[in-house]
Ligand binder design. Structure first.
Ligand SMILES: [Zn+2]
Length: 80
């Protein structure tokens, strides 16, 4: 992998605009802020969120579940 140092200084994560760190082993640019890993193809960073590898496991978590039951505060409107 042979990336232009000047290029690396100007490119940022398209998702969160964080700084990108070069992962030589994986041939990826890893966002130091959100953790997205962008592939480098033919020494050209592919800065597409669609192409990026998400941090963590491969299994995507579904929508956050959780029942939020708000206690209904029943106050009698007394005005005296
Ligand atoms: Zn990011």
């Amino acid at each position: 992998m042979n990336l232009d140092a000047a290029l690396l200084e100007i490119i940022v994560c398209p998702d969160c605009h964080g700084q990108l760190a070069v992962d030589e082993a994986a041939e990826e640019l890893v966002c130091t802020s959100c953790g997205l890993a962008y592939p480098v193809r033919d020494d050209i960073p592919v800065l597409l969120v669609d192409e990026a590898r998400r941090p963590g496991g491969a299994a995507a978590a579904g929508p956050s579940e959780g029942s939020s039951a708000e206690p209904a505060t029943d106050r009698p409107g007394e005005d005296g």
